[in-house]
Design a protein around this ligand. Structure first.
Ligand SMILES: Cc1ncc(COP(=O)(O)O)c(C=O)c1O
Length: 348
């Protein structure tokens, strides 16, 4: 794969203004946009057969596996985080005891909470206490590697080693992580991530990496033709023939979304996550410094600024504002000029 320098990479995006909202949704590189348009044209004109529209899903699966450092056979694909995590949550034993942060995105949390009817209990603790709260009475630890509202990076080492010590299943949501933070999925049992934010893809494409020794315990509740080893051979009839690999947890792909996802992940791989990490964190920390805050080394910056919503709206800057709190996120297509502009607008 040919490396891509940062300067060359930045010409692949054309945001309409100052875009600081990747934690809500990321912007596609030109190559992903073009690939999507070409596939849509083929669809509109009925120009091709359909089988090759499955290939980008396989390319994307392989890219994701390389990005998080696991074998491709351990990665399942699906439409979103909750669908994939739901398979795992529905398969933990009755009466399992789950531990999770008290402020956790519901796509990770609800799949466990709906298991209450089977006697599954979920205890919520402050995120900073998660590692310390893992003890022999914890069966499952579910948490986001990067918190979606605040950008805080979880104590990944502490949680992984405490869970190992007590034999707890770790289920990680890496939606706000993969694409900017170097992250090794092999330290955890299950890692799910939706690609439409930091992986610069459309909504509707998600991955779940699962440790091989945990695979057999997860029931592929949504298995269909795509859960077979070769989906083109599992169109009709019994017996059940599931893939040996994590593909058994797949559901059939939304073709066109995967076309764009494969192209976007190829760009991320060509730039390199280390380089993206350096770039994103430098911008975020520069923004923080302008606000008089110390570095947090996260691509997401969360702060209180008076009248932020009005100021950003007037200046046409896209960020997430809830109440008086502003969440900015900094990614490949941002530059120092965006930091300076945001500071001018917010502090001026
Ligand atoms: C941490 C996290 N997980 C998941 C999602 C999206 O959930 P789903 O993939 O179920 O749509 C978001 C969206 O904001 C998120 O921030």
């Amino acid at each position: 794969m040919e490396p891509l320098s940062f300067d060359a990479a930045q010409s692949l995006w054309s945001p309409a203004g100052t875009y600081l909202n990747t934690a809500s949704y990321g912007l596609p590189p030109q190559s992903a946009w073009d690939a999507l348009q070409a596939a849509l044209e083929d669809w509109r004109g009925g120009r091709t057969s359909w089988e090759h529209w499955g290939i980008p899903g396989e390319d994307a699966r392989a890219s994701f596996a390389r990005l998080v450092g696991v074998p491709v056979e351990t990665v399942a694909i699906g439409p979103n985080v909750s669908t994939l995590v739901g398979l795992v949550a529905a398969s933990i034993p009755d009466g399992s005891r789950v531990l999770a942060p008290d402020v956790e995105f519901t796509s990770l949390l609800f799949p466990f909470l709906v298991q209450e009817r089977r006697g599954v209990t979920t205890r919520l603790v402050p995120a900073v206490e998660l590692a310390a709260e893992i003890g022999p009475e914890v069966d499952v630890v579910a948490f986001s590697a990067v918190q979606m509202a605040t950008g805080e990076v979880a104590d990944l080492d502490g949680i992984a080693s405490a869970a190992d010590e007590h034999g707890a299943l770790t289920v990680v949501d890496a939606t706000q992580t993969v694409g900017w933070l170097p992250f090794h999925a092999s330290r955890f049992d299950v890692v799910a991530a939706h690609a439409y934010k930091w992986m610069l893809s459309p909504r509707g494409t998600a991955f779940m990496a699962i440790r091989p020794e945990r695979m057999a315990s997860v029931v592929p509740h949504a298995a269909g033709w795509y859960a077979g080893d070769d989906p083109l051979q599992t169109f009709f009839g019994a017996p059940l023939r599931l893939a040996e690999s994590a593909r058994r947890l797949d559901t059939s792909p939304a073709w066109f979304m995967w076309v764009a996802t494969a192209a976007a992940l190829a760009v991320i791989e060509r730039i390199g996550v280390e380089a993206i990490h350096g770039h994103d964190v430098a911008l975020a920390n520069r923004f923080r410094a302008g606000l008089g805050l110390g570095p947090s080394d996260s691509a997401i910056v969360f702060c209180d600024i008076e009248d932020a919503a009005e100021k950003l709206e007037l200046a046409g800057i896209r960020a997430a504002v809830r109440g008086g709190r502003v969440r900015t996120s900094w990614h490949v297509y941002n530059a120092d000029a965006d930091v300076d502009r945001a500071l001018d607008v917010l502090l001026g």
